[in-house]
Design a protein around this ligand. Structure first.
Ligand SMILES: [Zn+2]
Length: 166
């Protein structure tokens, strides 16, 4: 292997090629977030988000880095200013309880790992897709918070939506 000396032409060339590649990836990502945020704000009156930056999540360093690199914070920023443009709302909840773990019956699955995409509640037998469950919980908690000002569901015994019923 040829060792590249500092400042050599070859090294410069590779460096500028790498820079161009990074820029292209960043642009594509930015473009994706813009399209998604515009689409969501146009189609819905309220978009509910989970605040991924708070303590719980950041404790997992690898995950925190991935979230930071994915542009999640930028996506949230875009959603918030576009919501103002279109007269829509963005509601953000904290991580009071991991949203993918909390069953409609109140059971919290502490054994759930990131690799588990689906799980069955041992208490009530409902089957959950973790992402669908998380989306329902985020919406439920975001609206409850809006009513009560607290990070807890304000409607005890609220019936789950039809597609989540066993
Ligand atoms: Zn359950």
């Amino acid at each position: 292997m040829v060792k590249k000396t500092k400042g050599s032409r070859n090294r410069e060339k590779i460096r500028s090629q790498m820079a161009r590649l990074h820029e292209r990836v960043a642009n594509r990502r930015q473009d994706f977030w813009h399209k998604l945020s515009t689409d969501l704000v146009r189609r819905f009156d309220t978009v509910c988000l989970e605040d991924l930056s708070v303590a719980n999540m950041v404790r997992n360093r690898a995950l925190a880095r991935r979230i930071a690199q994915s542009g999640w914070a930028e996506f949230r920023r875009q959603l918030e200013y576009k919501a103002v443009w279109y007269g829509k709302h963005v509601r953000v909840i904290g991580r009071f309880e991991p949203s993918s773990r909390l069953c409609w019956c109140g059971y919290s699955n502490h054994a759930l790992t990131l690799a588990d995409r689906a799980w069955t509640c041992p208490q009530c037998g409902r089957q959950h897709d973790r992402d669908v469950l998380a989306a329902h919980n985020i919406k439920r908690f975001a609206f409850a918070k809006h009513k009560t000002g607290r990070d807890t569901p304000g409607v005890p015994g609220e019936r789950p939506p039809v597609d989540e019923r066993p």
